[in-house]
Design a binder for this molecule. Structure first.
Ligand SMILES: [Zn+2]
Length: 488
């Protein structure tokens, strides 16, 4: 029983004011049956005055006649219907004390107001307008029992929210303004965990609702899904070591917080969280401390020659002595337990041509007359084949020619074989020794994997032990490889 009915039930007479209130309450009840009823947008206007039902008024003010205009959406468009309403306070029987409203239409037929409404204003079978559902829930005073929905349904609801890209909306406007304001400031860090937030658009506040909603929402953002705009989940695309490092640091600043006590508050918890941060594969039981960085699924990485050689810790020609300890190396991949695809964009011809950057301590990579990007590519991709063997999907792009691609695939095949062999071997050893063997994983101290020794059919003559005079390598390729169109 709504407020108006209560009010009317508490009176023993009907008058002009209460009769209009009653008609409104009937309209409200009619419209709250469903969102489609709400879209009828019914309104009542007083029209032509009120008169007492004289016969009954003699005894008591228990009925009244009111003229009103009822306006609303109908299949013919918006219409207004004049009505004469007889409002009666029932005095006897089981319904004593309640009010009834009969209407007399032009055809002089009398019917209950409820019947008149369903006949004159039936629901219209069209798609609901955007905010109707929201208004309907707001008006009907009921609570939607979200908590009792099965998890699968909750997932569907949240998936529906994030299923399309958000090219418009408050978030996208803010982002556009931010980008315009800081266009010239390349060093400005991107705001917050943008890789996640941009998937959600204006729905990003779902992350603040509860642990459970946050967990479902983050799961969709991190792992993606077929029906989603970001089907591949959390992917990073980076074209320089600096932007890659910035992105990793930024995502590493935000805990996933999908369960309770997942933010460290004591020194001990802080230590555990750092432990998981660095070694998520070794301590999976600490996964409650996962940050957004731990959720990365795919990485596409581009860099210049020097940076890639540093990234993969190329050791040929003594390159490893010139490592820049601050920049990330391929070892960061080990901190991403869900990483399932790595795309490496081998470096192309530098913008300024094959010129060495005379930065302190860097070995020159390009010979002044005959630079050989083929050798440099090989230094990078052979290391990539070796150190990325544990990862299932690894793709390299921008090979100089098909021969180099095949060479890489062969190197990768061999590296995977070696990796699997070592893995099985170590597991056996570990089992034999009751788990007491320390797994001394040492990095092979070669710039090129072992196979280079027998694969060196191009007469290039480089090897891991060459130190002085290796850089810059000289091009002995049949066609000068620096001119290859594949590098432009
Ligand atoms: Zn060459």
């Amino acid at each position: 029983m709504d407020l108006f009915s209560k009010l009317l039930h508490s009176v023993s007479i009907v008058d002009e004011k209460s009769s209009i209130l009653y008609i409104r309450s009937v309209l409200r009840a009619y419209q709250q049956q469903s969102p489609a009823h709400l879209e009828l947008a019914l309104e009542v206007h007083e029209f032509g005055g009120t008169s007492l039902d004289k016969e009954r008024a003699v005894k008591r003010h228990s009925s009244i006649v009111t003229n009103v205009l009822i306006e609303g959406n109908s299949p013919k468009g918006r219409i207004s219907v004049p009505l004469t309403c007889l409002i009666v306070l029932i005095e006897r029987g089981v319904k004593a004390g309640s009010i009834q409203c009969k209407v007399i239409t032009y055809s002089q037929r009398a019917q209950l107001l409820e019947q008149f409404l369903s006949f004159t204003f039936p629901v219209i079978d069209t798609a609901l307008q955007q905010d109707t559902l929201w208004h309907w829930w707001q008006n009907n005073g009921k609570m939607f029992n979200w908590a009792r929905l099965p998890t699968e349904l909750k997932e569907h609801v949240i998936e529906y929210c994030v299923h399309e890209s958000h090219a418009s909306g408050v978030y996208s406007e803010k982002l556009t303004r931010f980008n315009q304001r800081y266009k010239s400031h390349r060093r400005i860090r991107k705001p917050g965990p943008q890789e996640i937030v941009q998937q959600l658009g204006d729905w990003f506040q779902l992350l603040y609702v509860s642990h459970q909603i946050r967990a479902i929402t983050l799961r969709l953002c991190i792992f993606g899904g077929r029906g989603l705009a970001y089907a591949n989940g959390l992917c990073l695309v980076s074209s320089s070591p600096r932007s890659f490092a910035a992105c990793l640091n930024r995502l590493g600043d935000y805990y996933q917080m999908v369960e309770e006590n997942s933010v460290p508050t004591t020194a001990e918890e802080e230590a555990l969280s750092k432990c998981y941060g660095r070694f998520p594969r070794i301590y999976p039981e600490l996964h409650r401390y996962a940050t957004l960085r731990h959720g990365v699924q795919k990485i596409s990485l581009g860099m210049d020659f020097h940076s890639f050689m540093h990234f993969f810790k190329v050791q040929a020609g003594g390159f490893q002595q010139l490592q820049k300890p601050r920049d990330p190396t391929y070892e960061v991949f080990e901190r991403m337990p869900h990483l399932n695809e790595i795309v490496i964009q081998l470096p192309l011809r530098p913008h300024g041509g094959w010129k060495n950057n005379p930065s302190a301590g860097r070995p020159p990579l390009f010979h002044y007359d005959k630079p050989c990007p083929r050798i440099l590519h090989r230094l990078i991709y052979e290391r990539a084949a070796e150190v990325l063997a544990p990862y299932e999907k690894v793709k390299l792009r921008n090979f100089i020619d098909g021969y180099e691609r095949k060479r890489f695939l062969k190197a990768r095949e061999q590296a995977i074989e070696a990796f699997n062999f070592t893995k099985v071997d170590l597991e056996k050893l570990y089992a034999d020794d009751g788990g007491g063997v320390e797994l001394g994983v040492t990095e092979r101290e070669v710039g090129l994997p072992a196979k280079a020794k027998h694969e060196d059919d191009m007469g290039l003559g480089y090897a891991g032990d060459v130190q002085g005079g290796f850089f810059p390598p000289l091009c002995y390729c049949d066609d000068h490889c620096a001119l290859s169109p594949a590098l432009w």
